[in-house]
Write a protein that binds this ligand. Structure first.
Ligand code: NAG
Ligand code: NAG
Length: 306
């Protein structure tokens, strides 16, 4: 009896650590619709796998979105998206991680729609302790409306990778040694949404949303979370520390966790030369001084001695 009581107290105050795959059939155990539920299709199954597909809709009354029920600290988090096809001008489909606590942190993927036949823009951004202004924009090397593609984030103590399929499109290194805050200790929730950005999204707001085409639908499937979930409510520093310590000793904090592979370095160079259309690091009009972390954003291959 006594032991049972102790256990109960322990369970209700402890964090649950786990490294998991979000079971597709139980998707709604881990996520909930946080706005525009009348525009969300909850029930469709993928024709190939039978796994759940979530269709988020945007119409002239509202966009829609879902959010994870609990936040994660570090990990590898991703999902597959198929974006709004045809004339998607004005629509913004987003997928991001964000903390809800003070000194807010956020990692963003934002897909800016376009008129038929013109390319989407993928904008990424990094907020660390409330400071963002780190936009990078690329064109994709495929049509993201034709099929599903994987968009993922790897986040550990040393770096953050943004990935499209198996290609790294962006890296953000831990640059605390340069005085730049890093995303640490603060668990982040996973969010997705579609919303109306016609005032700015497409050619700077020139191409507006054509509402005769509503609803605009973005589809999501194959949710994959390999992370430490912080199940306690609120900003419990003890819980975050325990997650941090736990993961620091696992692969997330291993010897190679801060190093890019040669393939990743080659990916980044290819993206930089061929697909980047805006990089905050080279925006001299906006910043008097180049932000300090920029020296590390586009890596060079290390010299090897033959
Ligand atoms: C929204 O779209 C519906 C259906 O086309 C239309 O009846 C309605 O007037 C529109 N509302 C606004 C505020 O534009
Ligand atoms: C839309 O297409 C135009 C013309 O090709 C291009 O300049 C723009 O970058 C594209 N994307 C967005 C989101 O405006």
């Amino acid at each position: 009896m006594k032991i049972a009581t102790v256990m109960l107290v322990f369970l209700s105050t402890a964090v649950t650590f786990f490294v998991s795959e979000v079971d597709a059939s139980k998707f709604w155990d881990d996520f909930y619709v946080n706005f525009g539920d009348w525009n969300v299709d909850y029930r469709t199954a993928d024709a190939d796998s039978g796994n759940i597909v979530v269709n988020l809709g945007l119409d002239n009354t509202s966009g829609s979105g879902f959010r994870s029920k609990y936040p994660f600290l570090y990990g590898h988090i991703g999902m597959k998206l198929k974006l709004v096809g045809g004339n998607s001008a004005g629509t913004v489909t987003s997928y991001y991680l964000a903390s809800v606590f003070e000194k807010w942190c956020e990692l963003d993927f934002e897909f800016l729609g376009n008129v038929s036949g013109e390319p989407y823009i993928l904008q990424t951004n990094v907020f660390a302790e409330g400071k963002g202004d780190r936009e990078q924009r690329i064109y994709l090397w495929f049509d993201p409306t034709e099929d599903y593609h994987y968009y993922g984030i790897l986040w550990n103590q040393n770096l953050i990778l943004f990935m499209v399929d198996d290609v790294v499109i962006r890296v953000f290194h831990n640059s605390k040694d340069l005085g730049i805050p890093y995303l640490e200790y603060q668990p982040m929730y996973v969010y997705s949404s579609i919303w109306n950005g016609e005032q700015w999204a497409t050619r700077g707001g020139t191409d507006k949303t054509d509402w005769s085409l509503q609803p605009f639908i973005a589809s999501y499937k194959d949710f994959d979370v390999d992370s430490c979930a912080v199940h306690s409510e609120g900003n419990d520093k003890d819980d975050s520390h325990r997650c941090y310590n736990k993961l620091y000793s696992s692969w997330y904090g291993g010897a190679d966790a801060g190093k890019l592979t040669n393939k990743q370095i080659d990916d980044l160079k290819r993206i930089q030369y061929n697909y980047v259309i805006y990089d905050y690091c080279t925006d001299a009009e906006r910043f008097d001084e180049t932000p300090k972390e920029c020296s590390r954003n586009w890596p060079q291959r290390e010299h090897t001695t033959a």
